[in-house]
Design a binder for this molecule. Structure first.
Ligand code: CMC
Length: 438
């Protein structure tokens, strides 16, 4: 059995006995390939009448998955077993997408076939231009991306038979291929430029940059560091196990909804500032702080319980040591700014903020470290990507993860509709009173 098979089917080890008053139940312990053991509570309600409560799923695994592993205490992130540092150093986003979807790194011919397939699905249907044209000129690109991705289900009826593995795979390829096209189209619409068709003689990252920035009147000159930085950011954003947006994709997927609707729901979940929207919020916050001399004031506000101000780009539900993605991005930020000759005062504010927070008791005790979004905005800004597009950029990378989780879920032998329970806190049973008697 390969390690991936083992992760799909964790071994059952000891039992855990739960005693609640005079009720007792033995629950199986599930052993993952790596990481903490997990108590299988699925028999609990049947055998004891008890449910479990875990607001925000801080202690609950929602599925078995062989895609990504995170060790939050030691700052480890593995895609299909490969450390993120090695993939960031040696791989490309498209290769990582193949790895996430298929479980193994591609051979040269497998990669060529995958690249060719993605490349030949990059066009969006011409009517999508009318669809995007219906938005106000100042529409947020996340609104445009979310709805245009949902609309793909109306264009590709031929890949909606979820029982057909080939149709599922094709839908996943279409999403990886078309999300950058839709993202760039949303951006160009917002700035009043004509939409640029994807150029299939270019690779994934170059093609996206051309769709974003090439104007009809002159050729686009690209600095190689721009390509490298964008490819790296896509790799780092590609997957992060059961985060809010991926869990949303799986929740919607559990109902049998089509993959375009599932990914659109994931995009909606990503938008929030506690999740992918943080990269946009970080840059806005750094601009508000404005100067390194105001950092202490910002820190004091973040610690004040009567102020709902939080330091955006700090903290993570799982990483309680450091976010390995933030380390890699931090280095790349310096490389990009150095190479492009940009002297961005925001970088100074960011570095001062990081330094002050890492020394501050409040942040140290709560294990709040800079996360992936802390530095990514500074790179995007240097690449001339507007702030409103930051979360869209995150969505382009995360699409690879979303479709991989959706594909995995479709063949999960324990596939079930996601249907959490609740603790009811409303009124007890009472009788209806006629309106004139109230
Ligand atoms: N600034 C100030 N205090 C914070 C922050 C912050 N950024 N994050 C957490 N805390 C405090 C929080 O007030 C709480 O304090 P106390 O124990 O005294 O009540 C404690 O730390 C634990 O916070 P929590 O909200 O219970 O932690 P969580 O795991 O539910 O939230 C988080 C994780 C990422 C939503 C949160 O840290 C946060 O809101 N960070 C800012 C937004 C952000 O950067 N999000 C991007 C996450 S990484 C990209 C991604 O995967 O989407």
């Amino acid at each position: 059995m390969s390690s991936n098979d083992k992760a799909q089917h964790p071994s059952t080890g000891d039992q855990v006995t739960l005693q609640a008053g005079d009720r007792s139940v033995s629950l199986p312990l599930l052993r993952p390939t790596i990481g903490a053991d997990c108590v299988d509570i699925s028999r609990l309600p049947k055998e004891t009448g008890l449910f479990t409560y875990d607001a925000g799923y801080t202690a609950t695994a929602s599925c078995k998955s062989a895609i990504t592993y995170i060790d939050g205490d030691n700052g480890v992130l593995l895609y299909r077993g490969y450390p993120i540092e090695q993939l960031a150093q040696n791989s490309s986003f498209l290769e990582v997408s193949y790895l996430l979807m298929n479980g193994e790194l591609p051979t040269p011919s497998e990669f060529a076939a995958f690249d060719d397939e993605v490349t030949h699905h990059t066009m969006m249907h011409e009517s999508l231009k009318n669809f995007l044209g219906g938005f106000r000129h100042d529409a947020h690109p996340m609104a445009m991306l979310c709805s245009s991705v949902a609309s793909l289900s109306a264009f590709y009826h031929d890949t909606l038979d979820l029982n057909d593995p080939e149709q599922r795979r094709l839908a996943a390829i279409r999403l990886i291929a078309k999300v950058p096209t839709l993202a760039a189209a949303a951006y160009r619409y917002s700035v009043g430029w004509p939409i640029r068709y994807p150029r299939n003689n270019l690779d994934y990252v170059d093609r996206f940059l051309h769709m974003m920035f090439e104007v009809p009147s002159e050729p686009l000159e690209l600095n190689p560091v721009v390509r490298k930085a964008l490819d790296l950011l896509f790799i780092l954003h590609a997957d992060h196990e059961q985060n809010a947006s991926t869990s949303t994709v799986r929740m919607v997927g559990s109902t049998g909804a089509n993959p375009y609707a599932c990914v659109a729901a994931g995009i909606a979940a990503l938008w929030g500032p506690a999740h992918g929207g943080a990269n946009e919020a970080v840059l806005k916050q750094l601009a508000e702080i404005g100067d390194a001399k105001h950092v202490d004031k910002a820190l004091a506000r973040a610690k004040d319980k009567d102020d709902n101000f939080r330091l955006m780009g700090f903290g993570h539900r799982v990483y309680k040591n450091f976010d390995p993605r933030a380390k890699i991005i931090r280095e790349m930020t310096h490389e990009v700014l150095g190479e492009l000759g940009i002297d961005d005062p925001m970088l100074e504010v960011a570095m001062r903020l990081e330094e002050a927070a890492l020394k501050d008791d409040y942040f140290v005790q709560r294990k709040l470290y800079p996360n992936v979004d802390f530095y990514s905005g500074i790179i995007y800004k240097a690449l001339k990507i507007p702030t409103e597009m930051f979360t869209v950029m995150f969505a382009i990378g995360r699409t690879a993860g979303w479709v991989s989780h959706w594909l995995e879920q479709q063949t999960d032998p324990e596939f079930k509709i996601g249907r959490p329970r609740q603790i009811y806190t409303g009124a007890d049973t009472r009788d209806y009173v006629a309106r004139d008697k109230r």
